[in-house]
Design a protein around this ligand. Structure first.
Ligand code: HEM
Length: 370
């Protein structure tokens, strides 16, 4: 029976057709790297037929990219299924690509699905050329109208912080995975900015709370909490939660003597700047003091770019920073954080999807007054 099925499948014709398809595909993948042999950035290893260097990314992509940087240099090429990708590492190179050559690297690569569905050139993330500039301007105007970067936004965040702290208190020091509650709090803030309120229940609570004195320091005092700001910056630097961006090259240019050819695509490795030995002493050590000068003032070196660089930098930076300041100030003021198991701290290695998220862990929120 099995033999019958196999011999029906593997006729000389089906074998010849499969061989021809493979050959055509191979030829196609080879022709896609049309600049191979010219002065493009080097490859870390010979490319495998069909797959190119895709197997080199298997496993921990960020560790693999860092390994290839060590082996090949700050700028290197990868053939990923016949497409030419160039990985850009290091602050000066990122600045050159994203700022100096912004006109040639503004667009993001389009997935096959968005091309087929004609979902290209819509919205902020995938739009290109003049359309992108318009989308970006409209987004920034709308966000400003909604209070982005203004006191009203800090007030909305502060209201959510109160509910958040109450929820942490309600756990009564039981070890808890706070992933869901943090997501809910952040979503509530976006909703309250967009539609003016978080939910009906929240409105009732909010009006009651408006009558109560604030239980945490008002947001205006936050800029004075310099050490906290340094702790937040150092956490953002070390965690690098938004490590990689992508760009499409619309016009050839030169970078460090290499040709960056039109039609190639770029991996923008933001974490390479956040963790670079040449910019940060012992870059993998957690040391908030590196963000404080001799007078205790907070520093913001150019290499600190957790919100990106250039035309696609984060439009939500002001909101994200307000959230980090207000949530963490209140949390540190109210609680000590203890691991579920005193001998085992949560793992520091993140899980990479679009961004890096922490692995699941539980923490005890122990009241400071105890
Ligand atoms: C700590 C929190 C956040 C971090 C670390 C972060 C990081 C980043 C980074 C690195 C980029 C640039 C990506 C690139 O160059 O391709 C980016 C873009 C973006 N972020 Fe954020 N972000 C955060 C929070 C937010 C929030 C709260 C919002 C929404 C209000 C937001 C909305 C966006 C949008 C729409 C873009 C795309 C901008 C564009 O393509 O022009 N982000 N973010």
């Amino acid at each position: 029976m099995l033999f019958g099925v196999l011999s029906a499948m593997f006729t000389p014709w089906t074998l010849a057709a499969s061989a021809l398809t493979l050959l055509v595909y191979y030829a196609w993948t080879k022709t896609r790297l049309k600049h191979e042999g010219s002065n493009i950035p080097p490859f870390p290893a010979p490319a495998k037929p069909f797959l190119g260097h895709s197997l080199l990314l298997k496993g921990d992509i960020l560790d693999n990219l860092a390994w290839m940087r060590k082996k090949t240099g700050d700028i290197y090429s990868l053939n990923l299924f016949g497409q030419h990708w160039i990985v850009v590492n290091g602050y000066e190179n990122l600045k050159e690509v994203l700022v100096k050559h912004a006109d040639k690297t503004q667009d993001r690569p389009l997935s096959l699905a968005s091309k087929v569905l004609k979902e290209d050139n819509h919205g902020l993330i995938t739009s290109t050329g003049r359309n992108f500039k318009e989308q970006r301007m409209i987004t920034n105007t709308i966000l400003r109208d909604f209070g982005m970067g203004k006191n009203i936004m800090a007030e909305k965040v502060a209201l959510e912080v109160q509910t958040f702290i109450e929820t942490l208190e309600s756990y009564e020091e039981k070890p808890t995975d706070v992933h869901q509650i943090v997501s809910a709090a952040v979503c509530n803030i976006i909703c309250s900015i967009l539609v003016g309120h978080r939910s009906r229940r929240k409105c009732l609570r909010k009006s009651k709370r408006m009558l109560e004195p604030p239980a945490r320091p008002p947001s205006q005092t936050c800029p004075k909490l310099r050490y906290l700001t340094a702790v937040i910056r150092e956490t953002q630097r070390l965690a690098g939660v938004s490590p990689l961006g992508t760009r499409a090259v619309s016009q050839s240019f030169e970078l460090q003597g290499y040709l960056i050819p039109e039609g190639s695509q770029l991996f923008i490795n933001l974490n390479s700047a956040l963790h670079d030995q040449s910019s940060w002493e012992n870059p993998l050590q957690f040391r908030p003091e590196r963000f404080l000068d001799a007078n205790g003032d907070v520093l913001k070196p150019g290499e600190f770019l957790p919100f990106g660089l250039g035309r696609h930098n984060c439009v939500g930076e002001a909101l994200a920073r307000t959230e980090l300041d207000l949530f963490l100030a209140s949390m540190f003021q109210r609680f000590r954080f203890e691991p579920e198991n005193p001998t085992q701290l949560p793992p520091l290695k993140g899980v990479l999807t679009i961004n890096l998220s922490p692995q699941t862990f539980k923490v005890k929120f122990v009241g400071r007054n105890k």
